[in-house]
Ligand binder design. Structure first.
Ligand code: ATP
Ligand code: SF4
Ligand code: MG
Length: 363
C-alpha cells in the first residue's frame, strides 16, 4: 500500500480531492465510463427493449503504487468495471487510459500488448484454474499467449521463481490444482497474474471464496507483492471490512454509479453518503465492546433493477433521508459544504457509524 494518493483528477466530475496532495504517476485514468448491456426480447427476431446500465458514468485516477478499493452490493457493476479496465468489455461511452494510452479503438494486436500491463485475479480459484494443467503450465501460460515476453528456455526458471514469490514450493511445479488448498490455489492465480510483470492488477473479490483465516494471509501477500513490485491495484469486494487495510482510497458503488470516494479515515470514520453509512453499519466488528457503540442501519427493500433505475438519486427508494429533490435531481459526486471528500448525496453529512472515539473505548 502506498501513501494515500488523492485527487480523482476528473474535471469536476468525481469531485476533485480526497486527502492531501497527489503523488506518483497516473497509471489508470477513467473518465465517465459507461457500460450498457442491451436487453432483448424474442427468439427469432430479437428486439432491444432496454438496457442494463451496469456501469453508468464512473471516473477516477489511479496512481502508481496506489490501491483503490471498490465496494458495493451484488449487481452494482464492480465486475463490469473491472472487465472494462481490462479491455474485456468495450465501454458504451467514456474513456479509459492505461499508462496514458486510450484503450478504446486499439487494434487486436495493440490490445494484446496492453494486456501485459494489466492483469486480473478472479474470485474463485477453483473454477479459474484448469484442473488438467499442471501448476507450471498454468503460471507459464501467459508466455504462450505472449511468446515475445521471454525466451522459452528461461520460462521454467521464472515460473519457479514466481511460485516462490507467492509463497508456494517451487518444487511443486508439476502438481495439479486439486493437490492444493483454496488459499494455495489463489496464490497460483496470483502468480499467473504476475507472469508478464504487469503494472496494474484488477483483483475481483480475490478473497471472498476463502476462509476468513486464509483471507488475511492472502491480503498480506497482496500487500507484500505491491511493495516488492510497485504494483497498482483495483481491489473489488462487496464488504467494506475486506478492503479497509489494503486500500489507499475506497470507492463505494450503487447501481452502476460511484456514490462516495475517500481515504480510509473519510470512508470509515466520516462517511457522508447514507448508503456507505448503511454498509459500514453492517461490517463485522471484531471487538465485541464496539458492537454496542455503532449505529444499526437496516436497509429497507431490494436494490432496484439497473435496467430501470429510480429517477434522481438511485438510492432514494431505500434512503431514510430522501426528500422531494432526491427524485428530481441526480446528485453529482462532489465535495459538499459539510464534508471533505466527494459524495453523491444532496444532504451529505458526516455520520460516525462506528463510534470509535467514544469514552472508554479501547480501555
Ligand atoms: N454480459 C452481460 N449481459 C447483460 N447484463 C450483464 C452482463 N454482465 C453483467 N450484467 C448485469 O450488469 C449488472 C452488474 O453486474 P456485475 O457483475 O458487474 O455486478 P457485481 O457488482 O460484480 O456483482 P457481484 O457482487 O454479484 O459480483 C448486473 O445487473 C448484471 O446482471
Ligand atoms: S440524495 Fe437524497 S435519496 Fe440520495 S442518498 Fe442523499 S438524501 Fe438519500
Ligand atoms: Mg462481481
Amino acid at each position: 500500500m502506498s501513501s494515500t494518493s488523492t485527487d480523482t483528477g476528473a474535471q469536476g466530475q468525481p469531485g476533485g480531492q480526497a486527502g492531501p496532495g497527489p503523488q506518483g504517476d497516473v497509471v489508470l485514468e477513467v473518465r465517465d465510463v459507461k457500460k450498457y448491456f442491451p436487453l432483448t426480447q424474442g427468439i427469432f427476431f430479437q428486439r432491444t427493449i432496454g438496457h442494463v446500465k451496469a456501469v453508468d458514468g464512473v471516473s477516477f485516477d489511479l496512481r502508481k503504487g496506489e490501491t483503490l478499493g471498490v465496494v458495493g452490493e451484488s449487481g452494482c457493476g464492480k465486475s463490469t468495471l473491472g472487465r472494462l479496465l481490462m479491455g474485456l468489455e468495450t465501454p458504451t461511452e467514456g474513456s479509459i487510459k492505461l499508462l496514458g494510452r486510450e484503450m478504446a479503438g486499439l487494434k487486436q494486436k495493440e490490445m494484446r500488448r496492453m494486456r501485459r500491463d494489466i492483469q486480473i485475479v478472479l474470485q474463485d480459484p477453483y473454477s479459474s484454474l484448469d484442473p488438467r494443467m499442471t501448476v507450471g503450465d498454468i503460471v507459464g501460460e501467459p508466455f504462450v499467449l505472449h511468446p515475445d515476453a521471454l525466451e522459452g528456455r528461461k520460462r521454467r526458471e521464472v515460473v519457479q521463481e514466481l511460485l516462490d514469490v507467492v509463497g508456494l514450493n517451487p518444487d511443486h511445479i508439476n502438481r495439479y490444482p486439486h493437490q492444493f488448498s483454496g488459499g494455495q490455489r489463489q496464490r497460483i492465480g496470483i502468480a499467473r497474474a504476475l507472469t508478464l510483470r504487469p503494472q496494474v492488477l484488477v483483483c475481483d473479490e480475490p478473497v471472498s471464496a476463502l476462509d476468513v483465516s486464509v483471507q488475511a494471509q492472502v491480503v498480506n501477500l497482496f500487500e507484500r507483492l505491491q511493495e516488492e513490485f510497485g504494483l497498482t491495484y483495483v481491489f473489488i469486494a462487496h464488504d467494506l471490512s475486506v478492503v479497509r487495510h489494503i486500500s489507499d482510497r475506497v470507492m463505494v458503488m450503487y447501481l452502476g454509479k460511484a456514490v462516495e470516494l475517500g481515504n480510509e479515515d473519510q470512508i470509515y470514520s466520516g462517511p457522508t453518503h447514507p448508503y456507505t453509512q448503511a454498509l459500514l453499519s453492517a461490517v463485522p466488528v471484531p471487538d465485541p465492546r464496539m458492537k454496542d457503540r455503532r449505529d444499526h442501519i437496516v436497509l429497507q427493500g431490494d436494490v432496484p433493477s439497473p435496467a430501470n433505475p429510480p429517477s434522481g438519486c438511485r438510492f432514494r427508494t431505500r434512503c431514510w433521508k430522501a426528500e422531494d429533490i432526491c427524485a428530481e435531481e441526480e446528485p453529482v459526486l462532489q465535495i459538499r459544504d459539510r464534508s471533505d471528500h466527494p459524495s453523491a448525496c444532496h444532504f451529505a453529512t458526516v455520520r460516525d457509524v462506528i463510534h470509535a472515539s467514544d469514552e472508554g473505548q479501547g480501555t
